[in-house]
Ligand binder design. Structure first.
Ligand SMILES: Nc1ncnc2c1ncn2[C@@H]1O[C@H](COP(=O)(O)OP(=O)(O)OP(=O)(O)O)[C@@H](O)[C@H]1O
Ligand SMILES: [Mg+2]
Length: 280
């Protein structure tokens, strides 16, 4: 069993911590004072409308964007740039170099970081390609694959690096509804097996409930924390249930609706410590 960092208070320290993060592009403030903690094995979702800074926060966690104020730490070390401990899967299907085969795409980061020999990189890549259900397509080029298959390659490429955190920015948003559902299901299956830590961005309330065990709600202009919710009780099987519908409507109200008295406790829960968030 791996050692876990324990904070001075005796609790388990978060794997990834965003502490008062403000992000700016020139004079545009994309997020203001956003804080959240992601624990090992979490499926942590950033949810909010367009422009609330979800992608910007993910890019900051990836190390592509530097906070104007606040900090992001992973295992207690400040994020100062991109690293193999934080692999990213984007929405765009063109994130795979088209001149490389599926196998070469998955091998590429392994070889770049000189973690393993070429032989071992090939074996590891084949293993992860099988895990995402693409055995037989190792020598195919990306343009011969469907959108869902390309996203599977991107997921295999990221997981093959065994990152501390898998960062996903609307990875299924450009897929048709059926494929999207299938990919959500397969991501859930992979998580059940591997228990990786996931930071997942979406603007879909349903997807947030299905994918996440914890959801951070953000409001836009600039992006700020609106509430934090537990959602571990939901999955694809429960989608459509009365409880799921009620949670969807409640989140919708929190994001877009008037501030009704029954939403008041959530504001207090916005910075709730691990395990004590408001249930939807
Ligand atoms: N490269 C950039 N240059 C200037 N402004 C930017 C840049 N990227 C994002 N912004 C601004 O920062 C704010 C947050 O953008 P961001 O893309 O993080 O939002 P988002 O929540 O991911 O939105 P969406 O759901 O549309 O993807 C927006 O006001 C946007 O215009
Ligand atoms: Mg975005």
């Amino acid at each position: 069993m791996s050692l876990q960092i324990v904070s001075p208070t005796g609790g388990i320290a978060p794997l990834l911590r965003a502490d008062g993060v403000s992000l700016e592009y020139g004079h545009t403030r994309a997020t203001h004072d956003v804080s959240f903690d992601v624990y090992r094995g979490d499926r942590f979702v950033l949810l909010g409308p367009s422009g609330c800074g979800k992608s910007s926060l993910l890019k900051a966690a990836a190390g592509f964007v530097k906070p104007a104020a606040g900090s992001i730490t992973v295992n207690g070390a400040q994020v100062l740039g991109p690293g193999p401990d934080r692999m990213v899967v984007f929405q765009e299907f063109d994130q795979l170099p088209p001149w490389k085969t599926v196998l070469e795409n998955v091998m590429f980061p392994l070889l770049m970081t000189r973690r393993v020999s070429r032989h071992e990189a090939g074996e590891r890549a084949a293993h992860w390609i099988a895990k995402v259900g693409l055995s037989g397509f190792e020598h195919a080029h990306p343009h011969t694959l469907s959108g869902g298959m390309k996203q599977r390659v991107a997921i295999a490429r990221a997981l093959a690096m065994q990152p501390e955190v898998l960062l996903m920015d609307e990875p299924f948003a450009a897929l048709d509804a059926l494929t999207r559902r299938k990919m959500q299901e397969e991501l859930g299956r992979l998580w059940e097996e591997l228990r990786f830590t996931l930071l997942f961005v979406t603007h879909s309330i349903e997807e947030a409930l299905v994918v996440g065990n914890r959801i951070l709600l953000l409001s836009p202009h600039p992006g700020q924390v609106r509430a934090e919710l537990n959602s571990h009780q939901f999955d694809l099987a429960s989608a459509g249930s009365a409880e799921f519908q009620a949670a969807t409507q409640r989140i919708h109200r929190l994001l877009f609706g008037e501030r009704r008295s029954d939403t008041a406790p959530d504001r207090g829960a916005s910075q709730a410590p691990h395990g004590r968030s408001a249930a939807p």
